[in-house]
Design a protein around this ligand. Structure first.
Ligand code: ATP
Length: 344
């Protein structure tokens, strides 16, 4: 494995009963990066995250490979997962309340997490827990509170502190800010990315929040109906998307106010005149039990042809560090958002 690669995912499939939720996903997570995974609801992001952690739902069938160093996580026995958990892999879940026990003080829960990996004395574990909570902005005199006494933002900070306790190699954050207001979201994401950087932790960020991706991620992987649609550096993908689906997603992105040409900014966007209304992708994603043949996005795609797109799944192809799975990626207009602008 390339030494720059921390986690290598190959031909990952996750199915639950008749639902083929993840269908042949391959990508690498590189050491030290923030990789965002985006896509509409039901695209398979969370099940991918769970497979990456070696913790798919019990009823799921997982095939393919997720390698971390010498460990294979697909089908890994409990002993392998236990060896990796905390030191190598950790999760920041969507719902901090359900991740914390309601009947134990926050600092005691972190102390127990310290002891589960390091086996130090209770006093030492408590001191480390308090220090970790301080790092995420929770003052020492509040660490003896119970989770319900914290605000949602503080609970999420506590969960981030818990995930980063042992400076794991990789943290997967699954929609870590969903329930928060925009300002708290920004603070939590700032904290998560800065703390990850400080602890040398690589971050996979599952999110719907494209402005946050633009601000915080190095690379982005776009999923549609369980497959990779596009993947590459954020700046490159956000300014020059190659897949029509990505272009459609990006049309919903608020445009930066200042005319600077900074990181991840959408350049060369067409002027939106009064004759246009804000674009959106027409239609809805397919249900995973009733997937169309060929490209799953074809029924919604303005570039789809009448034959190949509806019969042959486009294979991902990589040029200059940027991967796309689309038969017509070379046909995208200079301003891909135009594909989705509707005249009124
Ligand atoms: N435990 C389960 N049993 C049956 N189907 C499931 C289960 N978990 C997920 N699915 C289905 O698998 C598909 C992918 O789900 P997943 O949660 O990975 O999507 P997602 O991209 O994370 O969506 P969201 O952004 O809404 O969280 C969806 O159709 C979902 O309904």
């Amino acid at each position: 494995m390339n030494p720059e690669v921390l986690l290598s995912v190959r031909d990952l499939h996750v199915s639950i009963g008749a639902v083929d939720a993840v269908r042949g996903l391959s990508f690498d997570v590189r050491k030290g990066e923030v990789l965002a995974v985006v896509g509409e609801s039901g695209a398979g992001k969370s099940l991918t995250a769970r497979a990456l952690l070696g913790m798919p739902p019990q009823e799921a069938t997982v095939t393919g490979s997720v390698r971390m160093g010498s460990y294979e996580l697909v089908g890994a026995p409990r002993s392998v997962r236990a060896a990796l958990w905390g030191r190598q892999l950790a999760l920041v879940p969507q719902d901090a309340l359900s991740a914390l026990s309601p009947v134990h003080r926050v600092c005691d829960q972190l102390g127990a997490a310290v002891r589960s990996v390091d086996g130090v004395s209770r006093k030492e574990a408590r001191a480390r827990a308090v220090a970790a909570l301080k790092e995420v902005g929770i003052p020492a005199d509040q660490t003896r509170a119970y989770p319900h006494e914290f605000s949602g933002g503080m609970r999420q900070r506590a969960v981030i502190a818990m995930a980063l306790l042992h400076s794991p190699a990789l943290v997967i954050a699954d929609e870590p800010t969903t329930a928060q207001d925009p300002e708290t979201r920004r603070q939590i994401l700032d904290l998560l990315t800065h703390r990850s950087e400080a602890t040398g932790t690589t971050l996979v960020l599952i999110t719907h929040d494209l402005p946050m991706v633009r601000e915080h991620a190095d690379r982005v992987l776009v999923m549609y109906a369980g497959r990779l649609t596009e993947e590459g550096p954020v700046e490159e993908v956000f300014t020059r998307p190659r897949a029509p689906y990505t272009a459609g997603l990006l049309t919903s992105l608020p445009q930066p106010k200042a005319p600077r040409q900074g990181r991840g900014e959408l350049r060369d966007q067409p002027q939106r005149t009064r004759r246009h209304r804000l674009p959106s992708i027409p239609g809805t994603p397919p249900t995973p039990t009733d997937l169309p043949p060929g490209c799953a996005f074809a029924p919604r795609c303005p570039l789809a042809d009448a034959t190949r797109c509806h019969t042959e799944h486009p294979k991902p192809q990589t040029h200059n560090n940027h991967t796309v799975a689309c038969h017509h990626w070379r046909d995208l207009p200079t301003h891909p958002a135009e594909l989705f602008l509707e005249s009124v």
